[in-house]
Structure formats: structure tokens, C-alpha cells
Design a protein around this ligand. Structure first.
Ligand code: SF4
Length: 161
């Protein structure tokens, strides 16, 4: 079995229309100068910890949650424009495979992205796949701790600049 893949492209079908709520959210965040926060949203416990931590980070100023799927799949959306026009972006991936970060860095200026692998920040559950294998309260607590570490890093690397 191969242990790596070279760079590759995906064909994505075009789309018509826009999400009204997403448009309003992204337009407001763009005009307010909010920094978009993306997360890996894989179905496994690593994706879930990243997602919960991103939600928590995005509660703090000047951050706000961005929809990675709309940015990747609806290029004419305000969500994509917000991601491209922001001075910075935060990408929280669930593990070293960096699934979302590897796409995002090809869509927006890579130098603007603070890319974080959440797993080394808690170092647990590497033998588990499903999020449901970890009790909900424990997931939330671990994600809360991860978000605290990420916010400390962002305060040093983004907010102090
Ligand atoms: S980065 Fe890791 S946890 Fe996230 S989607 Fe990829 S393999 Fe899953």
C-alpha cells in the first residue's frame, strides 16, 4: 500500500445560487474585519475535537467561524470572498494529515494562514475513530483545553503583531 500521494486535483461540479444566511454572515464578518476560523470537520474524534475547539476560538474577538465547504465549493460566495480578502485566517486541522489546510493553502495566500494541528495539543484517543467512543462531556472538556492553547498561540502570533 502506498504511503504518500503526489499533488493532485479534484474536479468539482459547478453550482448555482447562494446560501442567504451564509452570505449575510460572511459579508458582515468581512466588513467587521473578523478573522475567519476554519476547522477539519472529519467524523472522527480528531475532527470533532478540532471542530469544537474552532467553535470556541471563534467566540473570541476578532475571530469568527468560517464555512470551509462553502469556501471550497462555492467560489462565487461571500464566504469565499471573506476568506480570500481577510488579512489572516486560522485553520485548525484534526491531525497531521492536514486535510483542510492542504486545500485552503491553495485557495488563499498561504502566508496569511495560521495552521494548527490540534492532536499534539491533547495527545489522546489515537486508537479510536468515532467521536462517540469518547463521552460528550469529555470531548467538550478536551476541546475547551485545546481552544485555550490555540488562543494563547494566536494572541502571540496574530494579535500582538
Ligand atoms: S485532518 Fe485528520 S482528522 Fe481531519 S479529516 Fe483529515 S484525517 Fe480526518
Amino acid at each position: 500500500m502506498a504511503k504518500s500521494s503526489p499533488d493532485y486535483s479534484l474536479k468539482v461540479d459547478g453550482v448555482e445560487g447562494l446560501c442567504p444566511a451564509g452570505e449575510a454572515w460572511a459579508e458582515k464578518n468581512l466588513s467587521d474585519g473578523k478573522i475567519p476560523v476554519f476547522s477539519c470537520e472529519g467524523p472522527c474524534i480528531r475532527g470533532e475535537i478540532a471542530r469544537l475547539a474552532a467553535n470556541r476560538v471563534a467566540e473570541e474577538e476578532p475571530f469568527a467561524r468560517c464555512c470551509h465547504a462553502e469556501v471550497f465549493c462555492v467560489p462565487h460566495s461571500a464566504m469565499a470572498r471573506w476568506a480570500k480578502e481577510s488579512d489572516r485566517a486560522v485553520m485548525i486541522d484534526g491531525c497531521f494529515l492536514s486535510c483542510h489546510g492542504r486545500i485552503l493553502k491553495n485557495l488563499i495566500d498561504e502566508s496569511k494562514i495560521v495552521h494548527i494541528d490540534a492532536l499534539p495539543l491533547y495527545k489522546k484517543y489515537t486508537d479510536k475513530f468515532l467521536m462517540d467512543d469518547v463521552p460528550e462531556e469529555e470531548r467538550k472538556e478536551v476541546a475547551h483545553q485545546v481552544a485555550g492553547k490555540i488562543l494563547a498561540k494566536l494572541k502571540e502570533e496574530v494579535l500582538s503583531v
